[in-house]
Design a protein around this ligand. Sequence first.
Ligand code: GLC
Length: 616
Amino acid sequence: MFLAFLCGCTPRLGRSSDERVIAAMTLEEKVSLLVGTCKDWNLVPEAAPATRHREPVPEGYWDTYQGNTATMRGKVSGAAGVSYAIPRLGIPSIVLADGPVGLRIDSVCTAFPSTALLAATRDTALVYRVGQAIGKEMRYYGVDILLAPGINIMRNPLCGRNYEYMSSDPLVAGQMAAAYVRGVQSVGVGACVKHFAVNNQETFRNGIDVQVDETVLRDLYLKPFEQVVRDAQPWTIMSAYNKINGVYASENTYLLTNILRGEWGFDGFVMTDWWAEEDPIRMQQAGNDMLMPGTQEQIDTLIAAVRDGRLEETVLDRNLRNILRIIRKCPSFINQGKTNPDNTDLHQMLTAHAALAREAAAKGMVLLKNERALPLAPAPRSIALLGKGSYDTYTGGTGSGAVTKAYKVVLSQALTEQGFTLDTIPEQRYLSHIRHSRSVQPQESAWFMPYVSELKWTKTELRRMAKKNDICVITLQRMAGEGGDRQLVEGDYYLTSVERNMVMDAAETFHAEKKPVVLVLNMGSGIELTDIVPYVDAILMAWLPGQEAGHAITDVLTGSVAPAGKLPMPFYERYADVPSAANFPSSDGDPNKVCYREGLAQPARTLFDIGFGLTY
Ligand code: GLC
């Protein structure tokens, strides 16, 4: 081998043509490069919750918890996947890591606002900057491909991953995603647009068969992907778990080769979603170039298939050409795997990115109602701050879209910093309740958010607060994430009676003192608000605003940043008004299929329409 290299006989990536490099590969090397190296990793399962939550939790809450999760230890600890290296041919392994709201590895990265919030900014320059910032953190840590953005259409408000997606409107989703991808790739790392295609729910996502009309498929669900491919040339695409009209997306030649490459000119590589269990042979033939995170079984299947003639080796070569073309662009190839090739000062970078996270979060918040309540008059002003979310503000959702962040700023902290005086009775009661609730549950992790119930307030307590304070601010929050959809139950899509009474009783008591009530929504997408909207004087959709949550919400409440966000999806008066309501998450009582019978239908009526947003 070494002599061959000396005489220049052994080709090397970047110095020889990709054709020559592929021709020099053994069959085992070819297949190993087409399949991720997860098989070589020590899977370190994170502990599942030792005990279920002791307090009653809303029905369906635990459905979102995925139980044992495996943290793969590879080249960059906590990264989602690594490709196979062939050093004798100059081919390094490349590192792939999540996710849409920030780099998800074991090291500290910036938790940016949810991508639904970014889409609400309608500010492509800002979204580009966020993408670029994530790209810089990738270069620092040695990650080559970011498994983001997720751009599946928000077909239904119950989809558990709406916080990681962009919009229910294909043009908004495509435009914002293209800016995001251009931002990431502007610093020489790659994006991976996902999940291609029609992965619009989490329920039975690995097997559901999406039945959708060709025109609707192209004009609505594929449109954002087409725009991103044509406008931003993403290095990679991730195929979805589900079936489309009977054929798995990852085995779908019509989708992955005819449309994606033939019509749109995509020239990167396609990878599977993680642990997609479809047939490796059919996936390779369809144009699903890389199987992630990779198993020995997939390798064995492909080698055997080539040897017994069920799979043409030319198919492997075609897919390898797509992969090598991208590897040659990756920092792991160009910088030979050296991390921090730009000699970046980590603290300086994370400080700058925290400021960007705060700026972006404030700009994407949507003012849904304001009757002489906002902006808050300059401090010092006394606030009766209610709602557990005011003291334990959610920054992002759960699942692969979570981020290992250094800190989070909650609303109570930020208001205090701004000189507001918080009523100590609710403050102390919430802090104690949150501490206790968390103490009896497993630690918060990427896949699990401890449940905290809402506190009850009597009218007597509220009357005291109304006399003592200048204003009441209430935060309602919801958690959601990968692996499960939200439920049509109180505490999820519907308000609990405790929440409803808190808002209505606060309104009655504060309005009796001619003082306003402001509602802050800390969630990834809408809930049914209709009954309480008339009671409050202002409503701010704060989304899941990232690690700078409290600062960004306060910036908008005080008017130091005027709200400019526009809803990227409608808020509905009633769930029945959602066009897909009759067909979510399945159709005709058959859990194996979902029919997109609503087609391109728009909601008959909305509480707040897509594009709605007030300012000061
Ligand atoms: C998942 C998700 C995908 C993510 C991947 C790697 O199952 O569906 O969005 O990028 O695994 O974590």
